[in-house]
Design a binder for this molecule. Structure first.
Ligand code: FES
Ligand code: FES
Length: 167
């Protein structure tokens, strides 16, 4: 992660690209990326569960890697590219993972779903045809209190087995 630039007053300048859109922010040093996404940019698809790095609900992609946004300071995202669940659909069409989650009924309350989808997106981009074990490992940090794990894995397997792979 980058070293934050010198503060002006108690705020730090942060430039970050979120879902393809450049954002210029001024944030306190201790503000998390999760707080910036939800409260400053109003991207509330990313959820806060535990707030301390144990549930996975806040998972987003930072430079393509799945990260827990409750543990990332906003200043650490300076100069980075962030992807959230809101950035997945294209021209009104859902991402293949989102479609597979619906087809396999891979959610109940849906609170964990954005984090699950983003963790799997990172896996499928790096490994287009992962095994079931690789899928399980990719989401082992994403807690689902509704117990939708088998259906989540089936949804990911469907995308993994698609001949064309994941875009
Ligand atoms: S809210 Fe970040 S891991 Fe739980
Ligand atoms: S669908 Fe409810 S927590 Fe996972």
């Amino acid at each position: 992660m980058s070293t934050p630039s010198a503060p002006s007053g108690s705020l730090h300048a942060v430039r970050v690209t979120v879902n393809g859109r450049p954002e210029a922010l001024r944030v306190p040093a201790r503000r998390t990326l999760l707080q910036v996404l939800r409260e400053d940019l109003h991207l509330t698809g990313t959820k806060e569960g535990c707030g301390v790095g144990t549930c996975g609900a806040c998972t987003v992609l930072v430079d393509g890697r799945a990260m827990l946004s409750c543990l990332v300071l906003a200043v650490q995202a300076d100069g980075r590219t962030v992807e959230t669940i809101e950035g997945l659909s294209r021209d009104g069409a859902l991402d293949p993972l989102q479609q597979a989650f619906i087809a396999h009924d891979a959610l109940q309350c849906g609170f964990c779903t954005p984090g699950q989808v983003m963790a799997l997106r990172a896996l499928l981009r790096a490994t287009p045809h992962p095994s079931l074990d690789e899928i399980r490992r990719a989401v082992e940090g994403n807690v689902c209190r509704c117990g939708a794990y088998p259906r989540i894995q089936q949804a990911a397997l469907e995308v993994a087995r698609a001949a064309e792979g994941y875009r």
